[in-house]
Design a protein around this ligand. Structure first.
Ligand code: NDP
Length: 605
């Protein structure tokens, strides 16, 4: 037995930690590739039609705008909605929201595939529940409810007033003489704004897998984030996909999107081939209706308290009570059992790290045991078992996904970490076998690690006419992930150098409060331009790199994916990644900074 194994007399875990470590490493190594993010195909040119909006009013047109507003918010998803709401609460009236979509909702506008739902508990995930006096219908809301909640937020905070939908920003350029941003769009607009807030979303630009021959396929195809109900039949709130009768369908990808739509496609298609490169971890999803008695007992402040409780637990900080109590918080529950039962006595940092790893093994053993219990064919079950630590990839939660592989018309095509070999006129090839398909659905994810302006779809030019891409060429440079030297009065609500939380809207809410505070202060103090100083920016970068080093090599040992920059870790990713001190510390830093009320690290004029 390895020396770092706990004493067998105290260890109730029936697994060999060394063997699991070796297996995890082997599975990671199988998937590491030199091209990282470059493996994917950018959706443009001949692939641009994969971005077409299936939901917007066709033929929409309006006169170009050349006016001026106080704040332009780019993006009408949760980030933009929260920024708009917090700005309104701060008394800022002159706000214009811009979004390429036909309505508010962001990711919940675009993603309407069958089965779509949140799997972070809705009572913590949906923003501004208390402000709207709204309680979700179930523990995990389905997509249509989340989309209408987004629109309700916009109505409540009067964000439809001056909105520009179906409008794509093409360029943002700072005019230093007038201290205004000039915003040009695909609608011929040339509007001006004192402040710009960029809430373009972390998962906003679909990507296609870089499979040779992808342009050859002659059947029907679409990306899951633009679900083609005209072809499949059904609707976002009606998963009867009658159009798939008699059709041979392929789905590429087995991430959170695929996990939710596969059961529906499997139910209606003549044949379904699910092409898997890496299996997701699939935990149970207990989704009761909201109890009206419980809902009526929630007093003022309940929503923030619940978000904080969840965030503490998934950050590994034990709480007196687990309010959410689901698959996300289960890992920490296991850890606490390990600590309190006396199994893990060593409270040194190394001892704690080992205890966390053991709790993780235990959790993932449960996940793998569930696969074995549900999936009848032993080879398929083996292929569906994830061998990596739970938070290496986005954990998934579903009660029908695994069972779908027991259907006679559904086949898992395990590419054993290699991906689909080739796409042909007729279908997809794996291991020399061609799978003929009528329809190919790409559940291949979104751009995360590529250049910011490529993902946002526009370029920013700052004070000296320098582009943001050039400014960030050697790595992301910000204060608090939001402010960039040379780009005054501009706020970027994004991931790099900001605190990671599994409940992403929690981060957006804290960023939105920060944006609203600075703009309000700017208006009150008659500030023309506010900008992070070079020293303020450098100090934050140094802090981010230092914290990332301390965070250790968790992601380096993970199987590749967008959580670890497709396996490309190292110095650059320490700078470009999340703030290594975690979201709790990050939120405290922002709050203390606002409290000091001196715009520390920033220059104003
Ligand atoms: P992901 O990036 O998670 O998944 C993409 C999938 O495509 C992966 O399984 C990937 O495999 C696979 N893939 C890529 N290239 C190939 C290839 N050449 N051959 C075969 N397979 C390939 O995208 P999703 O849209 O599923 O999810 C993105 C994120 O959106 C989630 O992580 C989550 O944050 C969010 N989301 C949340 C939901 C919720 O709240 N319920 C629902 C849906 C999405 P590999 O893993 O090997 O790279």
């Amino acid at each position: 037995m390895a020396t770092d194994q706990p004493d067998a007399t105290q260890d109730p875990t029936p697994f060999d930690a060394d063997a699991l470590r070796a297996k995890y490493r082997a599975e990671r190594d199988k998937r590491l590739r030199d091209d990282g993010n470059e493996q994917y195909v950018e959706v443009k040119g001949r692939f641009a039609h994969y971005l077409d909006d299936p939901y917007a009013e066709p033929g929409f047109s309006r006169e170009p705008l050349t006016d001026e507003v106080e704040v332009v918010v780019v993006g009408g998803g949760f980030g933009g909605l929260l920024a708009g709401a917090r700005l309104r609460q701060a008394g800022v009236e002159d706000i214009r929201m811009i979004d390429p979509a036909g309505d508010f909702g962001g990711t919940w506008y675009w993603n309407r595939y069958p089965g779509i739902a949140c799997d972070i508990e809705s009572y913590t995930y949906l923003p501004l529940l208390e402000e709207l006096g709204y309680m979700p219908k179930e523990k995990y809301s389905f997509g249509p409810e989340i989309l209408s909640h987004s629109q309700a937020i916009a109505k409540k905070f009067d964000l439809y007033r001056d909105v520009c939908f179906q409008t794509r920003v093409e360029e943002l350029r700072w005019d230093d003489d007038d201290a205004r941003w000039i915003i040009t769009t695909n609608r011929g607009d040339r509007m001006r704004a004192h402040y710009v807030c960029l809430a373009t979303g972390p998962l906003n630009r679909p990507k296609l897998p870089g499979i040779p021959g992808i342009e050859e396929f002659e059947g029907h195809s679409f990306h899951a984030s633009r679900w083609d109900y005209d072809y499949t039949g059904g609707a976002a709130d009606d998963p009867r996909l009658t159009g798939l009768a008699g059709k041979r369908v392929g789905i590429i990808g087995t991430g959170a999107t695929s996990v939710q739509c596969v059961p529906h496609v499997g139910e209606w298609a003549e044949r379904l081939h699910v092409f898997q490169r890496t299996p997701s971890s699939i935990d149970v999803k207990h989704n009761p209706q909201t109890d009206p008695d419980w809902a009526s007992q929630q007093g003022p402040g309940w929503h923030q308290a619940r978000m904080d409780n969840f965030n503490m637990l998934v950050s590994g900080i034990p709480q007196p009570e687990d309010l959410v109590n689901d698959g996300w918080t289960d890992l920490i529950a296991k850890l606490i059992v390990g600590m309190t039962s006396g199994r893990n006595k060593d409270m040194s940092p190394e001892g704690i790290a080992q205890a966390v790893e053991l709790a993780d093994f235990e959790k993932m053993e449960e996940i793998r045991a569930r696969v074995e219990a549900v999936v009848e064919d032993p080879d398929t079950a083996e292929s569906l078992k994830p061998f990596y630590r739970q938070f290496c990839k986005r954990p998934c939660f579903h009660n029908e996904y695994l069972d779908t592989f027991n259907r006679p018309n559904v086949e898992l095509v395990d590419t054993k970490g290699k991906g689909v070999e080739q796409i042909t006129k007729k279908g997809a090839v794996v291991d020399g076998v061609e799978y003929e398909l009528d329809c190919l659905i790409y559940a291949s994810g979104f751009e995360v690690g590529t250049d910011y302006s490529r993902r946002a779809g526009f370029q920013l030019y700052g004070r000296e006419g320098e582009s943001l891409s050039d400014r960030w060429d050697g790595g992301v440079r910000t204060l608090h992930g939001m402010h960039v030297h040379g780009f005054p009065n501009c706020f970027i609500m994004s991931n790099p150098q900001a605190g990671f939380t599994a409940n992403y809207p929690h981060l957006l809410n804290e960023q939105a409060k920060h944006v609203a505070y600075i703009i309000r202060k700017g208006i009150d103090d008659g500030i023309e331009a506010v900008e992070v100083s070079t020293e303020g920016e450098q100090a934050w970068i140094d802090q981010c790199i230092g914290k990332a080093r301390n965070a250790g090599d968790f992601f380096e040992n993970c199987t590749p994916g967008y959580y670890n920059n497709e396996g490309k870790t190292g110095e650059r990713s320490a700078q470009d990644g999340f703030y290594g001190g975690g979201s709790i510390e990050f939120f405290q830093i922002l709050e203390a900074w606002r409290k000091a009320d001196d715009l520390d690290g920033m220059e104003r004029r």
